[in-house]
Ligand binder design. Sequence first.
Ligand SMILES: [Fe+2]
Length: 254
Amino acid sequence: MSHRKMEILAESGYVVLDSHGEPMDPAEWLDLSYVDWKSSGDTRFAPLKSAYGDVECNGFWHHDPPKADKDGVDVPENVDAAPTLMKRVAEVGARVGRCRIIELQPNSYGDALYNSHLDDNNRLNPDGEGWVVRCFMQLTDDGESYMVVREVVTDPSTETRIALPAGAQFVVDSERMWHSVWHTGDEPRYCLITSFESGPELEAWINSNNPRTLVPSAPIDAEYAAEQEAIAQQRRTDRTVRFGYDPSAVYSEA
Ligand SMILES: [Fe+2]
């Protein structure tokens, strides 16, 4: 299978953009209908676009008829309550698949490493079409929390920690890059996550937002990092033995 990919994601697998400056009304994420959907920790999701417009978060390929992670359908009760978010998604101009708010409870760095996973973005994606990647638009102001991205899940030297103040925006090839969030706050973290099709439209939007393909990793205490790494990797190994395979490499809905 070959899909159209964007050159800008080739180097690091992510691209960090300028923050979104407009103030946002928290009602646009707090007043939505959420579904319990455990993915990468203690999470719930509020879908803005789902496979066929229902308040659910299943991968589009599970539906009848199944489809690729593209052409998501508005979930009316949530879309009506989130006009600014929908405007931001529409402004990107690219084809949209899954689009939802994630609510994540606080966790530790070790939890984040344990939860690190690859997304299943391109199942049923027709040959020759654009590769589906994920855009993250941070909503709550969690500047001391981080998106933890790794090229190799067991290798800390491949890690970048991207801080999550309100308005932070970045695009990740999340089927290539292992990722999860270390949320240090004491309230839930909210973020808008959207599947976009790679192509000229998405590329133009990225280029209009001062893209940076390599950013310095946020500092972390070396001793804490080493201790948490060991705990997380042991938990990952135990889980792989329990399942008979590594489920984080084939998460379908994360
Ligand atoms: Fe994910």
